[in-house]
Design a protein around this ligand. Structure first.
Ligand SMILES: Cc1cc2nc3c(=O)[nH]c(=O)nc-3n(C[C@H](O)[C@H](O)[C@H](O)COP(=O)(O)OP(=O)(O)OC[C@H]3O[C@@H](n4cnc5c(N)ncnc54)[C@H](O)[C@@H]3O)c2cc1C
Length: 381
């Protein structure tokens, strides 16, 4: 059968957001008559990242989970906080497993088409025209995961920093890791006065991802991450002998930039390009799931898909937090120590998942009570 050139929905980008959206559309029979194209130059055949997130049961991700943990630790220069996550688990999915399963599922649907091309322009008039390097397609609605060219972390109209990191997956011969516990943040090893920490995901007693992360305005040379990872493994994990079996590096914008301005009745920005990455944490896996659910409900009700995607109060909290971290970058350790020492991890997870009550939010804000936060709070108001 010849591939159509007009689709009901074109999804630009078959990464996390594009595939989650396509999977949800495919799972609802009411969309069976709709034609959908996923356009991406990549066939997504490599493991370009691992996604970690917390959630409670029941979970739709059990089969894809690479490893899950019921305990966590936050370590600072002053104290170690050990957290029992129940009823949450922290879990990791390898991107390649997600891509492979999603594509296999979507390939079974006759109304869904994968097009391996790079989109060069999207023009909206009575419909949406999507041009690639070699073809022109049209759609009734386009979901676009490209990050807008206008976005810059240097923009004066938003507050932005970058979460940038590199990690090594290391393998040891002896059992050295406690594979029930993830180290969410260890602030003991620092690059100067900046917010930097090490993150350790033990996949087994002999294998772990050790990642050195910055929440800063500027990125660093690759060998700097390597130096800190090496030092952490030697001085803090006390491991002398190991091999590196995989590496991961990335940059995630942490920003309050107004990505919503690009949403129209015919185009919805999705994923990082839609502002779906939580400004204060850089996490987006679970937020993507929630935003996709809102889009589906809007599509079913024939509303503009982007209606109700964001909640103002959480944007406000993220902005206050970003402002403090940007203006006083050395405060990161104190902020996270206060968060987890004065609030239960379950409350913190609900807050970061944007599911908290006003009482919980007040308690969290109070736990950060300081001149820096008061200043940031009033400037943000
Ligand atoms: C290394 C790394 C690790 C991360 N880890 C976590 C984590 O542990 N937990 C978490 O919650 N979040 C994590 N994130 C943040 C976030 O969840 C991911 O970045 C997530 O993949 C964002 O989803 P997305 O669909 O916007 O982008 P992507 O998954 O990157 O997908 C975008 C797609 O768009 C395609 N594309 C780009 N330009 C074009 C174009 N012109 N035409 C067509 N297609 C195009 C790309 O090829 C890509 O496939 C991580 C990010 C990185 C970079």
């Amino acid at each position: 059968m010849q591939r159509p050139t007009h689709f009901d929905y074109i999804i630009i980008g078959s990464g996390l957001a594009g595939l989650q959206l396509a999977l949800k559309i495919a799972s609802e029979t009411c969309f069976d008559q709709k034609t959908i194209a996923l356009i991406d130059p990549s066939d997504k055949s490599t493991n370009d990242k691992t996604w970690s997130f917390w959630e409670t049961e029941p979970s739709q991700w059990n089969a894809l989970t690479h490893k899950s943990w019921s305990k966590a630790a936050i370590i600072t220069s002053h104290k170690e906080t050990h957290l029992n996550l129940y009823p949450y688990t922290y879990r990791t999915i390898r991107a390649i497993d997600f891509y492979t399963q999603a594509r296999a599922q979507l390939n079974q649907k006759a109304n869904i088409h994968f097009i391996e091309e790079r989109v060069t322009s999207v023009i909206e008039d009575s419909q949406v025209t999507v041009k690639t390097v070699t073809n022109t397609f049209t759609a009734t609605h386009a979901f676009d995961s490209r990050v807008p060219e206008e976005f810059s972390i240097k923009s004066k109209h938003s507050i932005s920093i970058v979460q940038h990191f590199k990690g090594w997956v290391i393998k040891t011969e002896q059992d050295v890791f406690d594979d029930n516990k993830v180290i969410m943040m260890d602030y003991r090893l620092k690059d100067g006065n900046q917010t930097t920490f090490t993150y350790v995901l033990p996949f087994s007693k002999t294998e772990a991802l050790v990642e050195f992360t910055y929440f800063t305005e500027h990125t660093v040379e690759e060998q700097i991450y390597d130096t800190y990872i090496k030092e952490y493994i030697k001085d803090y994990l006390k491991i002398d002998s190991y091999s590196i079996i995989e590496t991961e590096a990335g940059q995630i914008p942490m920003t309050n930039y107004n990505f919503e301005q690009f949403n129209t009745s015919k185009i919805t920005k999705i994923g990082t390009g839609g502002g779906w990455v939580k400004g204060s944490t850089g996490y987006s896996f679970k937020h993507t799931e929630k935003k996709v659910a809102i889009i589906i409900e809007n599509l079913k009700a024939e509303r503009t898909p982007s209606i109700g995607l964001f909640r103002r109060k959480y944007k406000f909290y993220d902005t206050v937090f970003l402002k403090v971290l940007k203006d006083e970058n050395h405060k990161g350790e104190w902020i996270f120590e206060s968060f987890y020492a004065k609030n239960s991890v379950q409350t913190m997870f609900r807050f970061l998942d944007e599911e908290s009550t006003f009482g919980e939010e007040l308690k969290i804000m109070t736990s950060l009570f300081s001149w820096s936060f008061i200043k940031a709070f009033f400037k943000t108001l």
